[in-house]
Design a protein around this ligand. Structure first.
Ligand SMILES: Cc1ncc(COP(=O)(O)O)c(C=O)c1O
Length: 405
C-alpha cells in the first residue's frame, strides 16, 4: 500500500492553502480543537495521517460511504476495468449500465419500487423524490422530522433543520417539521395538502434515535389514508448498515420512494438513486426530460455500484453485519453511555449536551475517527466499517472503553 503523494510539503502548508481557498471556517475549527488530521494512505477499516502516518480506525465511515472500508478490492477492480472502456456515458441515451444497476436496485425491493432515477448525490436524489411526490399528488406540502437531515440542495434543505436553511432563506410555508417517533404530531399536520412525508429511517444527524416499534408502520398507514407519499431517506441507513439491506425492512412499512447514496459506490465514484413506485415513476412518462442530471447514473459509477451490490448481497454479508453489531454491543456493555444501535448503525448517547463533541475529539486522539451528531451534540455517531475483522472490532472496542473508562 503506497501513500498518495501530497500536493503540499507540510501539514501547515496544507492547512494554510485549504483555509485560504476552501474553508477558513473548517481550518479555524480544527485548529481550535487541536484536530490536525489530513487523510493519507487508506485501506480497509483504517486510514493514516498524510504527514506523520498515525493510524485511525474510520468509525465515521463518512456516514456510510465507507461501509465496505476504504478502497474495497472488488469495487476497485470493477472501476479499474470500467475505466478501460467507459466514461460517464450520455444521459440522453439509453444505457445498458444504467438499466442493469436500476434492475438490481429494483430487485432489492422485490419489485415493489420498479422505477429508478439516478443522481450524483443524496441531496439531489431527495429533491427528485419530493418533486415527483408533488407532481403525482398535485399537492405542495412536505412534512419531515425536526432535526432531520437530507442534504443541502433546494428541497432537501427546506426539509432539514433550521440551522442549515435559515441562513439561506430557504424556509417555505409548505415545509413542516414534527418530532421523530411521534405519530400523533404527524397526524396533526398531514392533510389533503401534503404531498410527502420525508423521514430518515433512523435520523443520523439527530443522534440515531431508533424508531419505536410500530412507529414507521403507523406513518405508512397515515400516509396511505391521507393520500401523501412516504419517502424514506436511506442514504445513511441503507445497503446493509443496519443488518437488513434497507433499514425499514425491520419496520414493516412499504414506502413510495427510497433514497440511497453514500455507500452505493464504495466511496470510489459519486452516485445516488431514488427508487420509485410505478405511480411516482410515471411522472416522467409524458416528458422524460422534465428532470435531467448530466452526471447522475454515470456509467463508471454504475460499474462501481454493481460491484457494491455484489458484495452486500452475498449470502454471508448481512448475517456478518448482525454478528458484528452484537460483538460491539457485547464489548461496549456497561460503558458510560447509552448505545443506540440497529445492526452496525450506532450512536453513543451521553447524558449531556456537547459530550458527543468532546467524545469525538477524545476518540480521534486515541486513534478512532468519529464525529458527533450535529443536531444532538450529546451523541457520537459510531459507524465502523462493515468489513471489520473480529480483531479490529475488539481493538476498536478496547480503545472506546479505555477513552471513556
Ligand atoms: C440521511 C442523509 N440524507 C441525505 C444526505 C445528503 O447526501 P449528499 O451529501 O450526498 O447530498 C445525507 C448526507 O450526509 C444524509 O446523511
Amino acid at each position: 500500500m503506497t501513500a498518495p503523494e501530497q500536493p503540499y510539503p507540510s501539514r501547515a502548508a496544507t492547512f494554510a492553502a485549504f483555509g485560504e481557498h476552501v474553508s477558513r471556517g473548517k481550518t479555524a475549527m480544527f485548529e481550535k480543537y487541536g484536530v490536525d488530521v489530513v487523510m493519507g494512505e487508506r485501506h480497509g477499516a483504517c486510514f493514516h495521517d498524510a504527514y506523520d502516518g498515525r493510524r485511525l480506525f474510520n468509525c465515521h465511515s463518512n456516514g456510510g460511504v465507507f461501509n465496505l472500508g476504504h478502497r474495497h478490492p472488488a469495487v476497485l477492480a470493477a472501476l479499474r476495468q470500467a475505466l478501460d472502456t467507459l466514461d460517464i456515458g450520455n444521459h440522453h441515451l439509453v444505457s445498458g449500465m444504467r438499466a442493469r444497476l436500476a434492475e438490481r436496485l429494483v430487485a432489492t425491493t422485490k419489485g415493489r419500487l420498479p422505477g429508478v432515477v439516478f443522481a450524483v448525490a443524496g441531496g439531489e436524489a431527495i429533491d427528485l423524490a419530493i418533486k415527483v411526490a408533488r407532481a403525482a399528488t398535485k399537492r405542495r406540502g412536505v412534512v419531515s422530522a425536526s432535526g432531520g437531515y437530507h442534504g443541502h440542495t433546494g428541497l432537501a434543505l427546506a426539509a432539514g433543520d433550521a440551522k442549515y436553511r435559515e441562513p439561506f432563506f430557504s424556509s417555505a410555508a409548505e415545509f413542516t417539521q414534527v418530532p421523530f417517533n411521534d405519530v400523533d404530531a404527524l397526524a396533526r399536520v398531514v392533510n389533503d395538502g401534503t404531498a410527502a412525508v420525508l423521514l430518515e429511517t433512523i435520523p443520523a444527524t439527530l443522534g440515531m434515535p431508533i424508531p419505536e416499534p410500530g412507529y414507521l408502520k403507523a406513518v405508512g398507514v397515515l400516509c396511505q389514508t391521507r393520500g401523501a407519499k412516504l419517502i424514506l431517506d436511506e442514504v445513511q441507513t441503507g445497503l446493509g448498515r443496519t443488518g437488513t439491506l434497507w433499514a425499514h425492512e425491520a419496520d414493516e412499512v412499504a414506502p413510495d420512494a427510497i433514497v440511497t447514496g453514500k455507500g452505493l459506490s464504495g466511496g470510489l465514484y459519486p452516485i445516488a438513486a431514488t427508487l420509485l413506485s410505478r405511480e411516482l415513476h410515471a411522472v416522467f412518462d409524458e416528458d422524460p426530460f422534465r428532470h435531467i442530471s448530466t452526471f447522475g447514473g454515470a456509467e463508471l459509477g454504475c460499474a462501481a455500484a454493481l460491484a457494491v451490490l455484489d458484495v452486500v448481497e452475498a449470502p454471508a454479508f448481512l448475517p456478518r453485519v448482525c454478528a458484528l453489531g452484537e460483538r460491539f454491543a457485547h464489548g461496549l456493555a456497561g460503558a458510560p453511555f447509552e448505545l443506540r444501535r440497529r445492526g452496525m448503525f450506532m450512536g453513543l448517547k451521553f447524558p449531556f449536551e456537547d459530550a458527543g463533541l468532546m467524545g469525538a475529539k477524545l476518540l480521534i486522539d486515541a486513534g478512532i475517527f468519529a464525529v458527533w451528531a450535529n443536531n444532538d451534540t450529546s451523541v457520537v455517531q459510531f459507524l465502523p466499517p462493515l468489513v471489520c475483522t473480529d480483531a479490529e472490532a475488539d481493538e476498536i472496542v478496547g480503545i472506546v472503553r479505555k477513552v471513556f473508562g
